[in-house]
Structure formats: structure tokens, C-alpha cells
Design a protein around this ligand. Structure first.
Ligand code: NAP
Length: 288
């Protein structure tokens, strides 16, 4: 069975690693904050001191870090993935990152004899825990086929979309949709509360009709409980909206509703310094 290296064991990476261990894969792990790998090491994973060591010991190397700059660092910095010999290995970035960075990694990896995939995911913290993520893949088709059993262990659907960057572009399409469902849910709750309605009943009823959506059914109940923990960090969603808008600009299209969602999350994250709240924290722009 192939040996898997995993770099970045935060909310998503840690839960994905648990499912890989459950499926019987040998696992090498690295994370900036070492303690976030303790539970994995206790279950049989091997700690490595840096991304280079992970890469040297594994056949397939996954990364699931925060921002594009973190991806750049784990790949290209001293003791990074590309400092190892990657010939014959498969490199998979699951971070939600820039399509252009996926292409840069593809080029560097291919030149060094590796196969490379961009494979961001959707389905949230619960999807990661339950192994029911959806995976959106770009890059080497043959590597995608090789990894199908691995994707099966962590997701309910993995789909190949085309050359390097196609996975990230699909994830951006996903986030453009989520921009609408998160702002829609938030404004719906602000309105319903001001109108004096029974909020749990509104969430249940609206969620059963044609306004049903994932943001409402997963985050609506969390908002009503006053639970703003991530889930999905607002600072990461703002990062995604910025990437989507930047990429849209390069393609010469305007997305005014996504732009408005970005402006709102920018107030939450940059002005109010609440980027560590889950994305459902957007309602704090209205509710004190
Ligand atoms: P997270 O909890 O912040 O996890 C990221 C992990 O990467 C952290 O443990 C962090 O280390 C580590 N890391 C960052 N830079 C590193 C570096 N240079 N070297 C080693 N480790 C590094 O965030 P998350 O919620 O798991 O999200 C991860 C990615 O998935 C993000 O791009 C996010 O947009 C995307 N995503 C998230 C969700 C979701 O619902 N949460 C869903 C889909 C996609 P520290 O522990 O030191 O901070």
C-alpha cells in the first residue's frame, strides 16, 4: 500500500488524516504547530521535522495549509517539498489556492519527474470528519486514476476537471456560489428577526422549500445557538473571494454580487478583526 505524507493538519487536514489512518494507510505528518499532529501520532502516524522529510519518506504527498503563501512556503522554501527528490512521486495540493500557483507547482513538479494534482475540497469540517467531502481535481489524469482509492477513503465524490488549475477553478466556482448562500442566509436571518418571527421555525421551513441550501442547513442552526466557531474560517473565505475576483478579472468578467460579499467579509475580517470566526460570523455585522 502506498505511503502517504500529509502536510497541514488543521481543521480539515487532521480530520482527513484520521480517515486515511482508518483506511489503513501508512502516514507521515508535518504541521507548523506540532501539537496538532499529536492525536495522529497516537494513532500510528509518524512525525517528520519538515516538508522535505515527509516527501523523502512518502509516495504521495498531500498539502492542506491555509493561504497561497503557505503553499508557496511548503513547496519552495528551504526544507520544502521541492528540496526533496520527487521523481516518481505524486504531489497533491488540497489547499484552496490560486489556479496560477497550481500551474506553477505543476510545472516545477513535472520538470522534477513528479506527477502533480490540484485537489481542493468542499463539504466543510463535517464533510472532512465524515469522509463525505467532494474533491475537485486538476493536473495529471493518470495520477488521479492512481489515487482514486485514496480519494474514496476521504470523500464521497472526486471529479477530474482537466489540466493543472482546473481543480482550483472549480473550487472558485463553488465559492462564488457560497458567496450567495452565506450572504443570503445572513440577510434572511437579520430580516426575520427584525420582523419578530420564530427563527428556528423560519430556518426549518425556509430550508424545506426552494430556498434550501447547504449554508442554511449547516450554519443556520449554529447561528441560532450563538456558535461562531469554525467550521470554515472567515479569513479563509475572504482569501477565496479575493482569488475568485482576481481570477475573474484576468478572464475579463465582472461578478458584482461576489464583489459585495467580499466587501462584507473584508469588514468582518480586516476592520473588525474577526477572521478567526467561522463564516457564519458574518451576522455579527448586524447582531451585537
Ligand atoms: P487550518 O485549521 O488553519 O489548517 C491549516 C493548517 O496548515 C494549520 O494547522 C497550519 O498550522 C498549517 N500550516 C499553515 N502554513 C503552514 C506551513 N507553512 N507549514 C506547515 N504547516 C502550515 O485551516 P482549515 O480549515 O483546515 O483549512 C485549510 C484549507 O482548506 C484552507 O485553504 C481553506 O480555505 C480550505 N478549506 C477549508 C474548509 C473548511 O470548512 N474548514 C473547507 C474547504 C476548504 P498552524 O497549526 O501552525 O496554524
Amino acid at each position: 500500500m502506498m505511503k502517504i505524507g500529509f502536510i497541514g493538519t488543521g481543521v480539515m487536514g487532521n480530520a482527513i488524516c484520521l480517515n486515511l489512518l482508518k483506511a489503513g494507510y501508512e502516514l507521515l505528518v508535518y504541521n507548523r504547530t506540532k501539537s496538532k499532529t499529536d492525536n495522529l501520532v497516537a494513532k500510528g502516524a509518524t512525525w517528520c521535522d519538515n516538508p522535505q522529510t515527509v516527501t523523502e519518506g512518502a509516495d504521495v504527498i498531500f498539502t492542506m495549509v491555509g493561504f497561497p503563501r503557505d503553499v508557496e512556503q511548503v513547496y519552495f522554501a528551504k526544507n520544502g517539498i521541492m528540496a526533496a527528490s520527487v521523481k516518481g512521486k505524486i504531489l497533491v495540493d488540497m489547499t484552496t489556492s490560486k489556479p496560477k500557483l497550481a500551474q506553477k507547482i505543476y510545472q516545477a513538479g513535472t520538470e522534477a519527474g513528479a506527477q502533480v494534482l490540484d485537489a481542493p475540497v468542499s463539504g466543510g469540517d463535517l464533510g472532512a470528519k465524515n469522509g463525505t467531502l467532494t474533491v475537485m481535481v486538476g493536473g495529471d489524469k493518470a495520477a488521479f486514476t492512481t489515487l482514486e482509492p485514496v480519494f474514496k477513503a476521504i470523500s464521497s465524490m472526486a471529479q477530474y476537471f482537466g489540466p493543472a488549475g482546473a481543480g482550483q477553478n472549480t473550487k472558485m466556482a463553488n465559492q462564488i456560489m457560497i458567496a450567495g448562500t452565506m450572504t443570503g442566509m445572513t440577510e434572511m436571518l437579520v430580516y426575520a428577526q427584525k420582523a419578530g418571527l420564530d427563527l428556528p421555525a423560519v430556518v426549518k421551513t425556509v430550508g424545506g422549500g426552494s430556498a434550501a441550501n447547504w449554508s442554511l442547513s449547516n450554519y443556520g442552526p449554529r447561528v441560532l445557538k450563538g456558535d461562531y466557531t469554525p467550521g470554515f474560517f472567515s479569513k479563509h473565505f475572504l482569501k477565496d473571494l479575493r482569488i475568485a475576483l482576481e481570477t475573474a478579472k484576468e478572464m475579463d468578467i465582472e461578478l458584482p454580487a461576489t464583489q459585495k460579499a467580499k466587501d462584507l467579509y473584508e469588514i468582518l475580517v480586516d476592520e473588525k478583526d474577526l477572521g478567526d470566526l467561522g463564516t457564519q460570523g458574518l451576522i455579527k455585522l448586524w447582531w451585537k
